[in-house]
Design a protein around this ligand. Structure first.
Ligand code: AMP
Ligand code: GLY
Length: 424
């Protein structure tokens, strides 16, 4: 069968890499793809928000299954459009995608369905928002309602900072209409973890846990990024805790969506804070995480395409996922300047040497191929990923591979996985 993967990051490279291992698959297209994806799929130059263009392509090429990487097309309703033309596509519909597309929708949905999350209030007026800040006091978290590429969340340790955040989002409109409304919420303390599940609308399977590293610098310092690395499993999520998360968080989402008439079919990603009082939801995403997917998929032994079809056909109830028990670590190598303005078109060397190493795979994110060379083209450039016998071995092997690769002003965190070691 023919598969179309939408997206161009490390997550999509990992998806294409895993899908290519399926016996069911003859041909993979990726729109728009990147320099690494081009080695295993045919990249087509259609942007992820060009839904009409993607639809036309899928019809013309008789695509059997479309897998959506990023949130933008999901929130824009790509699933509804493909389904209306009888095409199979994996992801939630436009209504269900609001869980990620609108933080106000997500928070209100959590309240309606008794899902543990930080206390909050939402505002469409900056003066009222500031009154509330005075009333409850810092520390606080101010969040733009809409999609802002992970940058719309501002942690505020004082009331003044929180008021500036309101000005930035609601008056200066730095996130444009994504900042028409804000959510102001209680600051939660604890360790973060990501739990992803795949649902068929009624049943769901929980993937192995993982942990992202959102800040740019070691020891979680500096500004937030799209994610500087990940590892799986995350020992902070014990087997008991995983059960609790499934019952108290994931199941109420799937049941709640069904009750509201919009079955959630696709990936449900819960970004969690594991607090002293138990797990609480920081955010929901309605797609695979990036870079969590790069650390999870190398551990998945089952056929991803079979899982996706089981989800689309409502047959996940009896599906058992098989996993490689070895931990996996993904270290993101970023371009000079990232997460601010970054440099592009730097030659990447050493990829072949890294590839020769056992249990290592280098997922490309911001790369492009030109005259047989691989150049940087984005902020997060590569996700160097390794499996090991134990977390320390996985970390060592992955950093050995990182050391083989270079491009001008490359930078990366040196402490990916350190929290897992601390829990041993
Ligand atoms: P979000 O996009 O909502 O997941 O937020 C991005 C990051 O901000 C999270 O991964 C956390 O590190 C942090 N964050 C968000 N909400 C809170 C909160 N209520 N308390 C503490 N940290 C938070
Ligand atoms: N790793 C964070 C995200 O995918 O949104």
């Amino acid at each position: 069968m023919k598969i179309l993967v939408i997206g161009s990051g490390g997550r999509e490279h990992a998806l294409v890499w895993k899908i290519a291992q399926s016996k069911l698959v003859d041909k993979i297209f990726c729109a728009p793809g990147n320099g690494g994806i081009a080695e295993i799929a045919e990249c087509v130059n259609i942007k992820v928000d060009d839904i009409a263009g993607l639809l036309k392509f899928a019809i013309e090429k008789k695509i059997d299954l479309t897998v959506v990487g990023p949130e933008i097309p999901l929130v824009a309703g790509i699933v509804d459009k493909f389904q209306a033309k009888g095409l199979k596509i994996f992801g939630p519909n436009k209504f269900a995608a609001q869980l990620e597309g609108s933080k106000v929708f997500a928070k209100e949905f959590m309240v309606r369905n008794n899902i543990p999350t930080a206390k909050f209030k939402s505002f469409d007026d900056s003066l009222n928002a500031k009154d509330y800040i005075d009333e409850v006091g810092a520390p606080l978290v101010v969040k733009a309602e809409g999609l802002a590429s992970g940058k719309g969340v501002i942690i505020c340790s004082s009331e003044t900072e929180a008021e500036s955040a309101i000005d930035l989002i609601m008056e200066e409109k730095v996130f444009k209409e994504a900042g028409n409304r804000v959510v102001i919420e209680e600051y939660l303390e604890g360790e973060e973890a990501s739990i992803l599940a795949i649902s068929d609308g009624e049943n769901f399977v929980v993937l192995e846990s993982s942990q992202d590293h959102k800040r740019i610098f070691d020891n979680d310092q500096g500004p937030n990024t799209g994610g500087m690395g990940a590892y799986s499993p995350a020992p902070v999520v014990s087997e008991n805790l995983k059960q609790e998360i499934a019952q108290e968080i994931l199941k109420p989402v799937i049941d709640g969506m069904k009750k509201e008439g919009h079955e959630f079919r696709g990936v449900l990603y819960a970004g969690l804070m594991i607090t002293k009082e138990g797990p609480k939801v920081l955010e929901f995403n309605v797609r695979f995480g990036d870079p969590e997917t790069q650390a999870i998929l190398p551990r998945l032994k089952s056929d991803l395409v079979e899982i996706i079809f089981a989800a689309l056909d409502g047959k996940l109830a009896d599906f058992k996922l098989e996993w490689d028990s070895r931990p996996c670590v993904c270290v993101v190598m970023a371009a000079g300047g990232y997460p601010g303005d970054y440099e592009k078109n730097k030659l990447i060397s050493g990829l072949d040497k890294a590839k020769e190493l056992k249990d290592i795979v280098v997922f490309h994110a911001g790369t492009k191929r030109e005259n047989g060379k691989i150049l940087t083209s984005g902020g997060r450039v590569l996700g160097v990923t390794g499996l090991g016998n134990g977390i320390t071995d996985a970390i060592d092997k992955t950093y050995q591979a990182v050391a083989k690769i270079s491009f001008e002003k490359a930078h990366f965190r040196k402490d990916i996985g350190a929290k897992a070691i601390r829990r041993m």
